[in-house]
Write a protein that binds this ligand. Structure first.
Ligand code: MG
Length: 225
């Protein structure tokens, strides 16, 4: 008998697996093959949601939800087995895993946590914006990575035109187009890794952050030629 099992009905919190619990840096390797470690903090957070005491018994506990893990792996019996085995490998006990449901179909959830979702707030998004979506773990973490990633988004002829225009004018011209994509796609409106690095440099606002990256790109392109 599981000592933590509760009878009362709780709202379902549906968790995606890859890119939320599983760090998924290596990409898809098969439904039953889970190769990467957890996202930092995933296991202790999950444990706190299950309302089980952690190893030292001091973690905060939230028991307001019934946890369901639903993934594209879920329709495969071996996929569900692999997710449970993976959770066990990274520290969840048998009792804790028993408290989680692994439904075959999308459950009627109160709320879903997913790395590939768009929050619908009543207005339909522009498909052109949707196609540019980047999950959080594919975002650049350093300034160097960000500059290279921006350069890959430009067609070569636009890159040459950008590099040949005086720096200030070139960056202002792109502020509302490429600049906006940088701010949205690289997580500069949230506390992404890149945001924190730029903030460390004393740059406070996402508008100034995207401008800083465009300026560095301009300098980098001109040093390469
Ligand atoms: Mg996912």
């Amino acid at each position: 008998m599981n000592p933590y099992k509760k009878k009362n009905k709780k709202p379902i919190l549906c968790l995606d697996f890859d890119g939320v619990l599983h760090s998924y840096t290596s990409g898809w390797a098969g439904a039953a093959n889970i190769v990467d470690p957890p996202v930092e903090g995933a296991i202790s957070w999950l444990r706190s949601l299950l309302g089980c005491p952690d190893d030292v018994g001091i973690a905060e506990r939230y028991e307001d939800f019934k946890i369901a893990i639903y993934s594209s792996r879920s329709k495969y019996p071996l996929g569900r087995w692999a997710m449970k085995r993976w959770l066990k490998r990274y520290g969840l006990t048998k009792y804790e895993i028993e408290l989680i449901s692994f439904p075959l179909f999308k459950p009627p959830a109160f709320l879903t946590l997913d790395d590939r979702a768009f929050l619908f707030t009543g207005g339909f998004p522009d498909p052109k914006e949707l196609i540019k979506f980047t999950p959080w773990y594919r975002r650049p973490a350093t300034i160097e990575q960000a500059i290279k990633k921006i350069s890959h988004k430009f067609p070569i002829r636009d890159l040459i035109k950008f590099a040949k225009t005086p720096k200030e004018k070139a960056c202002i011209t792109l502020h509302h187009s490429v600049g906006r994509r940088i701010r949205n796609d690289f997580g500069l409106w949230q506390e992404s890794e890149l945001y924190l690095r730029l903030k460390d440099k004393g740059i406070e606002h996402p508008d100034d952050m995207s401008n800083y990256l465009l300026e560095r790109l301009h300098e980098w392109l001109n040093s390469e030629t």
